[in-house]
Design a protein. Structure first.
Length: 310
């Protein structure tokens, strides 16, 4: 019997670079595209290594219930002691930013002040307890979904009761302290097998939707990776900072194997961590300039797990 790597996901474009890397290694794998389907919980799952790449933004691709189905699939796998990388706890944090923030704070990582709200009036009332300016964002999101900047409560109220208001898919809108970057950039730290791989500086001058995947530059008009006066994604050579050790502790405590964690510096040089992406992607243009390739390294890691377990 040939043991395989099983990739759990709902976005073929984001997964294609990984499959190419696995093909180059000649590693057997199976594509578990989770959108609709069924599982019999009384049956045994196949043997193999399972890698969860389920995305919080699946509903934007008409895969509304993919994360819910994935939670059942992963619970089934874990109940049978299969090796699941980025397992149930990682998925829980992927689709719940409020849970991300509490988990980050637990290990001493500073996050922006955040108020969790359900209901339009409750959102507006919460803004009275937030310094201006502030932002809104969706609790289950990805690619910067629902991120809006407001300089007054009146502006928020006009937005909330307009046709432009974006209803969050789980009903939860986050109200968050706005951290202004002195150079209009954020830093994203990539981790593979729980260890730091590289940091990339991301230009935010053109907006908040910052998916690094190459497919985003083609399909998502607001997720621009090209046609900019400066490079959108630039890997930082030799990045070192004490936050890296804190992030590795956080990932270990929360059983997260692969992640991109984003932070922003304020004008005083303080770091605020605001997003954990367990379904991480990489920008090939930025990687080619430093000869570091995230998907290749993930493929190598999956292959090591396959050889170690079987």
């Amino acid at each position: 019997m040939t043991h395989k790597i099983y990739v759990i996901h709902e976005n073929s474009e984001w997964t294609e670079p990984l499959f190419k890397a696995l093909d180059q290694l000649e590693v057997p794998y199976e594509d578990w595209f989770i959108h609709e389907g069924s599982i019999d919980l009384t049956e045994e799952p196949p043997e193999g290594i399972f890698y969860n790449r389920m995305s919080a933004s699946s509903h934007t691709r008409n895969h509304r219930y993919s994360p819910e189905l994935a939670t059942a699939v992963i619970a089934w796998l874990e109940q049978h002691n299969r090796t699941v990388l980025n397992g149930s706890h990682a998925l829980d944090l992927e689709i719940n930013k409020a849970r991300q923030y509490t988990a980050l704070q637990k290990v001493g990582i500073q996050t922006p002040k955040t108020i969790v709200t359900v209901g339009k009036q409750q959102l507006i009332e919460a803004a009275h307890n937030m310094e201006k300016p502030f932002i809104t964002k969706h609790n289950r999101a990805g690619k910067g979904l629902g991120v809006q900047l407001f300089h007054s409560i009146e502006a928020l109220e006009r937005y909330v009761y307009s046709h432009d208001f974006e209803e969050p898919i789980d009903g939860i809108t986050l109200l968050q302290q706005y951290i202004e970057s002195p150079d209009a950039s954020i830093t994203r730290c990539e981790f593979i097998d729980g260890k730091f791989f590289y940091a990339v500086q991301v230009d935010t001058s053109e907006g908040f939707e910052l998916c690094p995947a190459d497919a985003c530059s083609i399909d998502d008009q607001f997720c621009m990776t090209t046609e900019n006066t400066r490079e959108k994604f630039q890997i930082i050579s030799g990045f070192e900072h004490p936050i890296i050790q804190q992030y590795e502790t956080f990932l270990n405590d929360n059983r997260i194997d692969f992640a991109g964690i984003e932070f922003i510096y304020d004008s005083d040089g303080n770091i605020f961590t605001y997003d954990v992406n367990t379904n991480t992607n990489y920008n090939s243009d930025a990687e080619s300039k430093v000869n570091l390739y995230g998907m290749q390294e993930i493929a190598n890691t999956l292959n090591r797990y396959l050889n170690k377990v079987y």
